[in-house]
Ligand binder design. Structure first.
Ligand code: NAP
Length: 334
């Protein structure tokens, strides 16, 4: 998928953040620096490569799958798609491919758009009862006649690798580690940890309050322990004077679904910015006629940051990697 493509851009900025920086410059950015002699001395800026960290997570998954194999276990993931939305179809294909690459048992159920609520519930029930399946995911959004919340509630919480079932939402709030955390915020937290960005005591602003990204992200960051212990502010479309709030942040997580919304005026010097957004915008000069951009105006924000994720090649690849990790966890707990 194109979101896995990683583009190196060259920029540099002094580090003034309270967020502690301990990791090295990512390998991809080092390539950028080495090819630009004038930038070699300005190595504080870190471009956080989600592609590289996702590969690390996948390697960890490989090791765990091998261990499970010695115990006669093989994790299985079922992905259910209703309808023929091209973007959803592409996501489902890439999840199925990643499973197969890893040697996981993968079931891809492609159902017609005319599938009824009852038929879909029956499929979910059958997957709940299938001992070879440890993770179940129903690709969002389903057609409008489907009650998505009811489908999520029908998934066995022990197989809910998306982490959307109320039981898993509650477990996240309760800091019960047996639950499943939604893959995208889990991936963002892993990026911060891997990049050596200290969240303990940091002021973090999460931009967006969706159940898929914003809310679970805030819960993860305020939880006790590594990758948590932050002081979290959640902003949304009703927030007043957003720039004055985001400028207080050591770390900003942008998840609002508006192309290049976060501008330089929102960010203070030395902040860390994680860009969750994936927005398709017209680009007549490109072969496809469109390009993917994040929720952050990268070119103006990046020079102010001590670390930032690109789009593509940032949070995107982490989501699927964490889905694999959640499926393995579900298998281990079964
Ligand atoms: P969503 O459900 O549409 O939620 C967007 C949130 O942003 C809402 O809480 C909304 O506030 C808030 N918001 C919208 N406009 C705003 C504004 N002008 N100022 C402040 N807040 C504003 O979106 P989502 O599912 O969380 O996804 C967010 C972005 O992440 C999208 O670009 C999506 O494509 C991307 N995404 C990426 C991945 C990945 O794998 N990288 C995974 C999931 C999502 P209200 O609640 O007040 O409406």
């Amino acid at each position: 998928m194109s979101e896995f493509f990683f583009e190196v851009r060259t920029f540099a900025a002094p580090m003034k953040s309270n967020a502690r920086q301990v990791g090295a410059v990512t390998e991809s950015f080092r390539v950028g620096i080495d090819s630009q002699p004038a930038l070699r001395h300005q190595s504080h800026m870190k471009l956080i490569s989600g592609t590289a960290v996702a590969e690390k997570v996948i390697e960890e998954c490989r090791r765990e799958i091998a261990e499970l194999a010695t115990a006669g276990k093989k994790p299985g993931l079922a992905v259910v798609l209703v309808g023929d939305d091209p973007a959803s179809r592409a996501y489902v294909r890439s999840k199925d491919k990643k499973c197969r690459d890893l040697g996981l048992h993968s079931v891809k159920l492609e159902l017609p758009a005319s599938t009824t609520q009852e038929e879909l519930l029956a499929h979910v029930q059958s997957l709940n009862n299938d001992p070879t399946i440890h993770g179940i995911l129903v690709q969002s959004p389903p057609p409008p006649h489907i009650d998505e919340a009811a489908i999520v509630r029908a998934i066995d919480p022990a197989k809910d690798v998306d982490g959307f079932h109320p039981i898993n939402v509650a477990k996240l709030a309760l800091e019960d580690s047996s639950g499943f955390v939604p893959c995208t915020p889990l991936g963002c937290q892993r990026l911060l940890i891997d990049a050596g960005i200290e969240t303990k005591g940091a002021n973090v602003v999460v931009l967006g309050r969706s159940m898929i990204v914003g809310k679970p992200m805030a819960l993860l960051l305020m939880a006790k322990g590594i990758g948590g212990d932050a002081t979290v502010t959640v902003a949304h479309s009703r927030t007043k004077d957003l720039p004055s709030i985001t400028r207080q942040a050591d770390i900003i997580i942008a998840a609002i679904g508006r192309p290049e919304f976060l501008k330089a005026e929102h960010v203070r010097e030395g902040a860390v910015v994680i860009d969750v957004g994936i927005n398709r915008v017209e680009a007549p000069d490109t072969a496809k006629g469109y390009k993917l951009v994040g929720d952050v105006a990268f070119d103006e924000v990046a020079p102010k940051c001590s670390a930032i994720t690109p789009v593509p090649g940032g949070v995107g690849p982490m989501t699927i990697a964490m889905l694999m990790a959640n499926t393995i966890k579900a298998c281990k707990q079964s």
